[in-house]
Design a protein around this ligand. Structure first.
Ligand code: ZN
Length: 153
């Protein structure tokens, strides 16, 4: 982390307790904090760090949901466990299958809960939405005039 110091300890402490997220407060109350972010490189860096952390959490939890869905789909369609269960471990196929399916379902449920928590408890949705709209605007600016004029206003 950057070794800079906050220029205003009081405001810095308030911002730290909010994890540097001011999107939840009223716009007219936000001005002082926005000014502080503009003035203070320390808090700006912390804010950037926390928002990328939120984004990473959102991406990781949605990947977990995806992988558990994938694992369940594999179990349903291929059933590669049958060989392993019989030959290597000497287990009962039905038991093994049920155990893996319930592990997959509980993993799926847990990762959906984790994703919901990340999306509700952190400003990740607005942060990711911001990035997406900035990218969209950048792409739009680079489009040739002929295509831009086709776009409805
Ligand atoms: Zn600061």
């Amino acid at each position: 982390m950057a070794r800079t110091e906050c220029s205003d300890r009081v405001v810095g402490a308030i911002l730290a307790s909010w994890r540097y997220d001011i999107s939840g407060i009223y716009p007219e109350m936000r001005k002082d904090y926005e000014q502080h972010f503009a003035d203070c490189p320390h808090c700006r860096a912390r804010q950037k760090f926390h928002r990328s952390l939120d984004g990473t959490l959102a991406v990781l939890t949605s990947l977990a949901v995806f992988f558990f869905l994938f694992a369940l789909a594999v179990l349903k369609h291929i059933k590669p466990v049958e060989h392993m269960a019989f030959n290597i471990f000497g287990l009962d196929v039905e038991d093994t299958y049920h155990m893996l399916v319930s592990a997959g379902i509980s993993g799926l449920v847990f990762s959906i809960i984790a994703l919901a928590l990340v999306l509700t408890a952190t400003p990740a949705p607005s942060y990711l939405g911001d990035i997406a709209s900035k990218r969209a605007r950048m792409i739009e600016e680079r489009l040739p005039e002929a295509i831009k004029s086709l776009r409805p206003r």
